[in-house]
Design a protein around this ligand. Structure first.
Ligand SMILES: *Cc1c(COP(=O)(O)O)cnc(C)c1O
Length: 483
């Protein structure tokens, strides 16, 4: 009641020209609102940017409009009839069914879709936000920093850095970790040159463009690993500038793991002392798998590395995109600023940060633990070998890197098949990333369907399977020429 009275008094002031008149310009009514949505804007066809990617034509900003769910304005009497509620419930139910079906046929992207977070449903009703620094509380109290720091401590232990010596945060995705790691590198070495293998994730080159950094693309071996001979040549050509290096712990397409120890050795042998280089490890894909593989080069802060990042929604299996980024405390001071408005410190890329993600990570780390992840990694590697062997048995070109669960093979000819199994393709190759949710049963369904379809694509006299020798090496190619 008191509030209503106040509002009325306020309106009187404004409209009646009382004591407030000098604050608002004449004719301004702060209670007036725009009543209608503006009409739909019509695009200028001539300005469309068209691009062809593979078989599909991509029209920037356009492709999805034909299937989108229009937002409709509520009718005046909707509140009474409930018609709209029922309509929306129907849309959501159909959408849910579609998600279940699409989850069943997913193989191409490295997402673990096998999880049960039912216990966390009760937290959906809160706007949890960890804005600012994880280690300094802001004045916003609905946060989950206690979970976030617990998760960070777990990763710090995994990557062998003391609690007091690291700084990190839970990011919105693997890309944000890369953007942060490269930024820390550039703040440490403002005139440094960024080195990254040409098979690095596109976010690394995006970072170079965003930060206007000089960037040297280094060649790769057939496996997809960084070619340290070419790395050496490029280092020697730029000896006068410090080096900022992105090392891949799992490349996006071939799942190749760069040899961290050889990268460090190459730097040291060519005159780059530890105070002249910064290494960021992009572990988005396999950052949480490699620690469990015996022969894999160990990612550890006992080595001269500056930062490591990993995605939380890939192997770990978080239902929303997220990631973890960890760097050395000494580096973060070069980057951070105090912000009075937050009563916190600004050292993250994003401002507001998803406070639900740390709880999901905390929950899954607690449930699975080190041993649980170890078992899942073993299962993934075994299943990946199974898939590669079965493909080769069927006369289909395929490759699997030793330390990887990414099976690369000839691109299926039919785009419909590619979409059905949600395969990621590049040129003549496609891949399946074997995550814990990819079971032998699912692989068998996929293999049977592929073999059957293939026999129709490549009937005698019709098309030939593509040659993939340039992508996978002639020893892995089963085309007419190389088999
Ligand atoms: C997926 C991936 C990224 C980016 O991670 P997002 O979480 O999708 O932003 C970066 N690097 C590599 C090697 C990846 O596989």
């Amino acid at each position: 009641m008191a509030q209503t009275v106040q509002v009325e008094a306020y309106a009187n002031h404004v409209n009646g020209g009382g004591g407030m008149a000098e604050i608002f310009p004449i004719g301004f009514d702060p209670a007036a609102v725009v009543l209608e949505l503006p009409p739909v804007a019509v695009a200028d066809e001539a300005n469309e940017t068209k691009q062809r990617i593979g078989e599909r034509e991509i029209v920037l900003g356009r492709n999805v409009h034909t299937t989108c769910l229009e937002v409709t304005e509520p009718e005046a009497n909707d509140e009474f009839t409930g018609d709209k509620e029922a309509h929306m419930a129907g849309i959501l139910a159909r959408y849910r069914k579609n998600l279940i079906e699409r989850t069943k046929h997913h193989l191409g992207y490295p997402y673990n879709l096998d999880f049960d977070y039912g216990a966390l449903g009760q937290l959906q009703h809160f706007s949890i936000n960890n804005l600012g620094d994880p280690f300094i509380e802001s004045n916003y109290g609905v946060h989950s920093r206690q979970f976030e720091v617990g998760v960070l401590d777990w990763f710090a232990r995994l990557w062998e850095i003391e609690k007091n010596n690291y700084w990190g945060y839970i990011t919105n995705c693997g890309t944000e970790g890369n953007l942060h790691g490269i930024l820390v590198g550039r703040e440490v070495f403002p005139d440094g040159i960024l080195y990254a293998s040409c098979e690095s994730h596109y976010s690394i080159f995006k970072a170079a463009r965003m930060y206007r950094m000089e960037c040297e693309k280094v060649d790769t071996l057939m496996s997809g690993e960084i070619d340290c001979a070419d790395f050496k040549a490029k280092l020697l050509a730029n000896k006068d500038k410090p080096a900022i290096i992105n090392v891949n712990i799992g490349t996006t397409v071939k799942g190749a793991v760069d040899d961290l120890d050889l990268v460090i050795k190459t730097l040291e042998e060519n005159g780059f002392k530890h105070d002249r280089f910064y290494i960021h490890c992009d572990g988005a894909l396999f950052g949480l798998m490699m620690p469990f593989v015996k022969r894999a080069p160990k990612v550890s802060f006992k080595k001269p590395i500056g930062s490591v990042s990993v995605s939380g929604h890939k192997f770990v299996g978080c239902p929303m995109p997220c990631g973890v980024q960890i760097t050395r405390m000494e580096h973060i001071n070069a980057l951070s600023r105090n912000v009075e408005y937050l009563a916190s410190r600004d050292a993250t890329i994003m401002g507001s940060r998803n406070g639900h993600a740390p709880i999901f990570l905390w929950y899954t780390l607690n449930r699975k633990g080190y041993k649980g992840f170890q078992k899942e990694v073993q299962k993934c590697l075994r299943n990946a070998h199974y898939l590669k062997d079965r493909l080769l048995d069927a006369g289909i070109s395929a490759m699997l890197n030793e330390l990887s669960s990414t099976v690369v093979f000839e691109r299926p000819q039919d785009e419909e098949f590619v979409r059905r199994w949600q395969l990621a393709c590049q040129g003549n190759i496609a891949h399946v990333v074997v995550m814990p949710s990819v079971t032998i049963d699912k692989l068998n369904d996929f293999l049977n369907e592929l073999v059957e379809k293939r026999s129709t694509w490549y009937q005698a006299g019709k098309d030939q399977p593509p040659c993939v020798a340039a992508d996978l090496g002639s020893e892995n190619c089963a085309c007419a020429l190389h088999k």
